[in-house]
Design a binder for this molecule. Sequence first.
Ligand code: FAD
Length: 506
Amino acid sequence: MDNYIKQEKKALVMGGGIAGLLTARVLSEQYDDILVIERDERPEKPEARAGSPQSFHLHQVLPRGEMILERFFPGFSDDLLALGAFPIQEPVQWINRYGTMMMPAQGVFYSRALLEWVLRQRVQALPNVRFLYHQEVTSLETSLDRTRITGVHIRQRGQIERQETLMADLIVVASGRSSKLPQWLTALGYKLPEDERLISAIGYSTRYYKAPEQKKGQVPLIVIENDHTKGSSAGGVLKSIEGDTWAVCLSSIAGQYPSTSAEGFEEGLTRLINPAIAEVLRDAEPLTEPRGFRIPECIRHHYEQMENWPAGLLVLGDAFCYFDPVYGQGMTVAAIEAEALAGCLSEQPGAPQAGFERIALQRMQDAIYPAWWLSTLEDLRWSGVTHSGPEPLKHIAFLHKYFDLSLKRQTQQFEKQQQTGAFNPLFMNYMLMTALIVSPRDVINVHMLNLLLDEVPEERGTILADLFQGYDQQNIEAVLDEVVPAFSFHYDEQAVSSPEEEVLQS
Ligand SMILES: Cc1cc2nc3c(=O)[nH]c(=O)nc-3n(C[C@H](O)[C@H](O)[C@H](O)COP(=O)(O)OP(=O)(O)OC[C@H]3O[C@@H](n4cnc5c(N)ncnc54)[C@H](O)[C@@H]3O)c2cc1C
């Protein structure tokens, strides 16, 4: 540790979870010495850790996130396969209130623990990255005028008295949803902007099963969505992971928590809008009891709005924004944030200039926005779910209707394709949007709106009335520009094949 203080251009990363590992990888290109401080013990094998209790539950990286991981860690899927990850060879099954989509797919499926293990092995192999395990950051060290964060105070886990101070040029907070950053900043006298809060009372229950011999390799993924039109708030997912294991989860919203008893869990599976998972599991042997997880609220901080944000400090991952996990966005957004940070660092090689941190925070917030908007909008379909914050979400009824019609159209297209081979790729965009590859604004446009409204001519007036509420001019594009998040995404053809192919990989 003494050695550490003497070196040049140092960075400290607080938290060795997904966001911390990605950050260390990004910083390794610009900093001489990066130290990742993690409060858990060094993991000896891929397994769920106490520091990230959510890792017991089913996790999947969205296709956009996998593209970024491939760029940062070329061949990471091969590493996963070598450690027993599940090679996808059969179509994945996506069931929603309009029907079933059997989607051809390729790639690998894995547990969160295995993914984190593979990423950690890669980061540990970087010559300028070191890890300090079983040490907890307790607060921030600042310059005398408190305008710069210069270090952190740490202590060994469980030891109350002995503290140490580590100094660095850049401190990155990647300590997840339990991050104490708001309290630390407040204690230093900073006034924090209003957070956005989505009170959604989400519940998870996850159980593992051994895939029976005759079904091994046959069932990569079954997703069964909930149905707000019938008040069925529970959804379910079965995913094949390493070790011929099926990870099965039930999730629900608005305080309708799925059961964590074995009988209640099995019964919950039969009450989903489709019995596909319950049927597949009929002859499967459970490996664990179900385990629950509750998420009372999701939080999007607005640190980028702080004009006096201290120099030398950044935050990313769940510590910046914590999403409803049902949409599988958290790790992918962390990857996009890390990519944004890499972009900012490469624009300012050498010592970052004044204001660098706020530029980086703004770019990360730009990455957060579309994902937050999509999941918040979807959760607001449920009575009892509320959103608060500086800006209310606008035109919710219009957007709900639009997405209903899009999903219906896409599902029907898929089913038609299976029967006739005819397929309109235009509707694939909805799927690409949920994969964070295509922006919501590319999905919601006048051309598509007219196609969708043609399907429900009797509702045209009501749908448009909600869109134009509060506007004098009836210019659809102008309203959509104001309301719907947009981003452009250029994927690297060297690294990946095509977005359409990639989205079918998971
Ligand atoms: C039930 C559930 C299911 C989910 N499913 C998905 C999914 O399918 N897809 C997806 O993309 N996302 C999913 N997520 C979200 C995903 O888990 C997070 O977005 C992701 O883990 C964020 O990574 P992180 O590094 O920010 O936080 P974490 O992975 O939580 O890591 C934070 C790390 O910081 C350490 N730490 C905390 N405080 C300190 C401290 N003071 N000092 C030192 N170390 C500290 C912790 O020990 C931990 O290792 C799910 C979440 C839940 C709850």
